[in-house]
Structures are given as C-alpha cells and as structure tokens.
Design a protein around this ligand. Structure first.
Ligand code: PLP
Length: 395
C-alpha cells in the first residue's frame, strides 16, 4: 500500500500564529531550489538583510534571519550575550518571559525576575527597582508584545531605563514586528529577535534578528565560548555577513528564505506605517463586533495589542467545544489560553495577511452562530452591523 500525498485543508488562521500565509508567499516558496552559495541566491540574501533593516527600522549591519523558528532567535540573543555568572533582569508578564528565564539559567547566568500579572504591561517602576538593587546586572530582557495575553509593554521606556543602569537589552518582538510600532534604532534596542509566522504572514521556521554594534562588542569580547555552535554569531557572521566571500556554516533554508523575501517585499510595498494602521483598523472592527456580542477584553485599552485579542470566555461555555466547532464547521482557527489563562480566554489573532475585513466578518459571524447554538449568554444579531459600522467609519 502506498501512502497518499498530504493535502491540508484550507483554513483561516486567526490564532496566535502561524497566521494566514499570503498567496504570493506560497508561490515564492514553490520556486526552484538553487544552491545557497549561488551568487544569485547570495544577492537575494543581501536584499533580505536590507528589507529586514527596514522592517526593524535599523541600520544595524548585523540584521539577518536565523535559520530556525522564533525560539531559536530567542536563544541566539541569550547564548551570545549571557556568559556564565552574568546577572540578567527578566520581565515576566506571560508565557514568553518564563522562557527567557530558562534561557538565562541554561547559559549559566542568574535571572532576577520582575513579575507582573498576566494581561498587564511590564511595570516600569518594578524594573527600575530591580535595576537599582542589582547594579551588577548586565542585561535587561523583556517581551514587547506578549502573545499569551495580548499586552504591549513600553519598549522605548524599558530600553532607556536599562541604559541608565548600564545594561544591554534583549527584546522579543516575535509578535510586534510588522504589526505595531517598533523602532529599533530610535528606541536604542541592543538586540532583538522576531519570527516569520506572525505579522509577517510567512511560513514558520525562520527568525529575523538584529544586533547593535554595542551588543556585538560584547559578543566579540566574551571570555568564554558561546556554548551553542550553531547559534554562535561569531561563526554565523562569516556566512551571512561575508558579502560574496561566504564561508559555509550550514545550508540556509533556501525556499523558506524566498518566502521571507517575498513577505518583506509585500511589507515594503504596503509601507510599515500603513501596515501598523491596518492592524489597528482591523482590531477596532473586531473589537466592535465582539463587544456588541457582549464579550470583553482582558487587557486594558492603553496596552492592548491590535494583532492579538484575548477575550474572556463567557460563563459556562465549553472552550474546547467552541474552538472545535469553529475549526470543523467553519475552517476557522482561533487560539486557546495558555498557562494561567488556559480555559479562561480565547486568543484571536489579526496578524499580517490575517488582518483583513473578510476574516473579521467570518470570525464574528461564525463565533456568533456557534455561541448562539450553544445557548451562551450573548447579544444576538448585532455584531455584524457593529463590524460593518466600524469598517466604514475608518475607510
Ligand atoms: C511565537 C512566539 C515565540 C516563539 O516563536 P516560534 O517561532 O514558535 O519558535 C516567541 N516569543 C513570542 C512573543 C511569540 O509570540
């Protein structure tokens, strides 16, 4: 018996990532594979680096895609910037700050945790107090856009605080890049990582990173070797940074990088500010529909991310049953709550190509249909009108 080819269903992806991949990107992924040292490919890599500089709003020479998912971008920052014995202040207001702590400890460092409630932004005063009582700390690490809760922290202020206390910064922008305001140079961010499958709308598996000269000085002058051979930037730079004289380090994910290049062309074509504004506009429309139905957001308006909408599950509603029906009957994926929020919230993503009117109409109408059939306590028959009103008010 032979195994048939795998043919996935066509879904609408409105969870915490991956987001809907733009058809132009799917086509780019299917283009002919060429050698990763082929001059034509090397030219594309160079273009990808400048397109990433645009997306990150930076002139950092070391701006490149790591050949592995967002989690590897996170590890790249930690393994290169944290040496055994280093103290790192880690902000945690959701799942991903907890992973940063793991990273620090696995690098032989000490993590000083600054914890905030899930759904809240990182508290600047607590961070300042931690920096003051740990004057020997070397790095401040935080998540700009916490995908587990939908909260945005003030990256600009956090970086300023860190610099006042002589700390470098590691910033997680996996969910913010392309979806909401992010200015690496203007805000003085020292090292940053992101992912391809959130607001860049690309297939998962690649992680854009950027390091400032100040951060690279630290990498070049380490007293110990980076314990990860694959992620050691001293070696990776010879591959990605070598212009035409590229030293073989590993084989880049050739087709995956065609996809990233296409995603960045789409972003450049739309314009970064326009992309941020589109995410905001689509968030307002989704919010209008969900609130008309009677659903409530867990993050206060001032710190709410447009691209990740965490809403409370109404009393008595079976979380998994709703998500299952949306998937099976409407081909719509929304996200479950993670960690402390498991079973309490749904996470509705409006990331990249998923942030468009037709997706919002599908999400609001199918959610209303499923909740109505389950006799959940919601207002019926008003949500779609609210979405339409919001969309036309802002067009
Ligand atoms: C998705 C995500 C990651 C991890 O990215 P992967 O590509 O899944 O490895 C890290 N941080 C945040 C904030 C994320 O949303």
């Amino acid at each position: 018996m032979t195994t048939p080819s795998f043919n996935p269903p066509v879904r609408t992806l409105m969870g915490p990532g991956p987001s809907d991949v733009h058809p132009r990107i799917l086509q780019a992924l299917a283009r002919p594979t060429i050698g990763h040292l082929d001059p034509v490919f090397v030219d594309m890599m160079e273009q990808t680096k400048s397109l990433l500089q645009y997306a990150f709003q930076t002139e950092n020479a070391l701006t490149m895609p790591v050949s592995a998912p967002g989690s590897a971008g996170m590890e790249t920052c930690f393994v290169n910037l944290v040496e055994p014995g280093d103290k790192v202040i880690v902000c945690q207001n959701g799942v991903f700050g907890g992973r940063m702590k793991e990273n620090v400890e696995r690098c032989g460092g000490t993590a000083i945790m600054v914890e905030d409630e899930w759904g809240k932004a990182v508290d600047l005063e607590k961070v300042e107090a931690a920096l003051q009582s740990n004057s020997d700390a070397k790095v401040l690490a935080f998540v700009h856009a916490e995908t587990s809760t939908g909260a945005r922290s003030d990256a600009k202020e956090l970086v300023e605080l860190a610099h006042r206390h002589d700390c470098l910064t590691i910033v997680d922008s996996v969910t913010s890049l392309g979806g909401s305001e992010l200015k690496v140079d203007e805000w003085g961010i020292d090292s940053i990582y992101s992912g391809t499958q959130k607001c860049l709308s690309c297939a998962p598996g690649i992680s854009p990173i950027s390091f400032s000269e100040r951060a690279l000085d630290k990498v070049r002058n380490r007293s110990s070797k980076v314990q990860s051979w694959f992620l050691d930037l001293n070696l990776v730079m010879g591959y990605w940074g070598g212009g035409q004289k590229r030293a073989y380090h590993h084989t880049a994910p050739v087709n995956g990088l065609y996809g990233l290049h296409e995603a960045l062309c789409i972003l450049q074509n739309e314009g970064l500010e326009n992309s941020w504004a589109r995410h905001r506009k689509m968030h307002n429309a989704l919010k209008a529909g969900l609130e008309a139905m009677g659903l409530t957001f867990i993050v206060d308006e001032a710190h709410r991310l447009p691209q990740l909408n965490a809403v409370s599950i109404p009393e008595g509603v079976d979380d998994a049953a709703v998500r299952g029906r949306l998937l099976n009957e409407y081909n719509l994926e929304i996200g479950a709550g993670l960690g402390a929020l498991a079973g309490k919230v749904w996470r509705i993503g409006l990331m990249g190509h998923s942030a468009r009117a037709e997706n919002i109409l599908l999400c609001v109408s199918s959610l209303e249909a499923v909740l109505s059939e389950m006799e959940a306590p919601i207002n019926r028959g008003v949500a779609l009108a609210a979405v339409q009103k919001s969309l036309s008010a802002e067009s």
